[in-house]
Design a protein around this ligand. Structure first.
Ligand SMILES: [Zn+2]
Length: 268
């Protein structure tokens, strides 16, 4: 029996309303013994905490996503801080910068990002970072804060799509890279190259469900059980067994999120 962790999904998304419990059960049946559902707004963070409270295998991250940062203010920050007190909240996220969509002005994104980075440091929690067409800005915000903390794991660059030198800078600050469905896509040869070369203690796996469904299920709704397809592809690229990849990536997630080695076997 292998143990996998889906370190990044959005179980609160409406497309799971009809069968959320089934989705969690299928994940557990596929060996995905822990799932982190990640908030993108105050409301979605609240829902993530509720799901973590209700389902044994589910943990939560709380935070306001750059594309939702338009109305971010002091009240949002206090609410995220309060939600982070729940014992199953393992990280602050997803937070970051998005220069690709820019549905929110860059300056507003930056204010929300920096305030939540400071909150995470204050609470001693890891961060889950969204960076789209913004890796240099993200890395300088991280470098201003994390240099002196690099002895421990500090967070995840979720859906990492940067080059090896950006990854190297992230590793030096104690960050891990989150690898998901795109590693199976035809056009992702540069990501596969990175996955072959990266130190395996710096790689964790994720689905970003319901988005970014891995091959061969692309085109359908993604769900946490499919994180196994990501682990299988990494195994293939690194000429390793899926068991080895599962063991190392699960250990990386446990180290980051402060889990002890026992697994939650509670079924939903
Ligand atoms: Zn996400």
């Amino acid at each position: 029996m292998i143990h996998l962790v889906d370190t990044h999904c959005h179980l609160d998304w409406h497309t799971f309303d009809a069968d959320r419990e089934e989705v969690i059960r299928r994940a557990v049946d596929a060996g995905v013994t822990r799932v982190v559902t990640v908030g993108v707004s105050v409301a979605s963070s609240r829902m993530a905490v509720e799901l973590a409270d209700r389902y044994g295998p589910v943990y939560a991250a709380v935070g306001v996503h750059p594309n939702d940062a338009g109305g971010f203010d002091g009240d949002s920050l206090s609410e995220i801080r309060a939600l982070a007190q729940h014992p199953k909240v393992v990280a602050i996220g997803e937070i970051g910068l998005d220069n690709y969509r820019q549905t929110v002005a860059p300056e507003r994104q930056r204010i929300a990002f920096e305030a939540q980075l400071d909150l995470a440091l204050d609470l001693g929690r890891p961060v889950i970072i969204h960076s789209r067409s913004a890796i240099d800005d993200v890395m300088s915000a991280l470098a201003r804060r994390f240099t002196q903390h690099a002895t421990r794991s500090t967070g995840i660059l979720h859906a990492f799509s940067g080059n090896f030198s950006a990854a190297q800078r992230a590793f030096e600050l104690g960050f891990l890279i989150g690898v998901g469905g795109p590693v199976t896509f035809k056009r992702s040869e540069s990501l596969r190259e990175l996955v072959r070369a990266a130190p395996l203690d710096r790689v964790i796996i994720e689905t970003d469900a319901p988005f970014l469904t891995p091959e061969p299920r692309r085109g359908r709704r993604n769900e946490p059980a499919y994180v196994r397809l990501v682990a299988e592809r990494i195994a293939l690229e690194r000429r390793a067994s899926v068991e080895e990849i599962a063991e190392q990536t699960t250990a990386n997630a446990a180290r980051l999120f402060g889990w002890t080695s026992d697994y939650d076997t509670a079924t939903p």
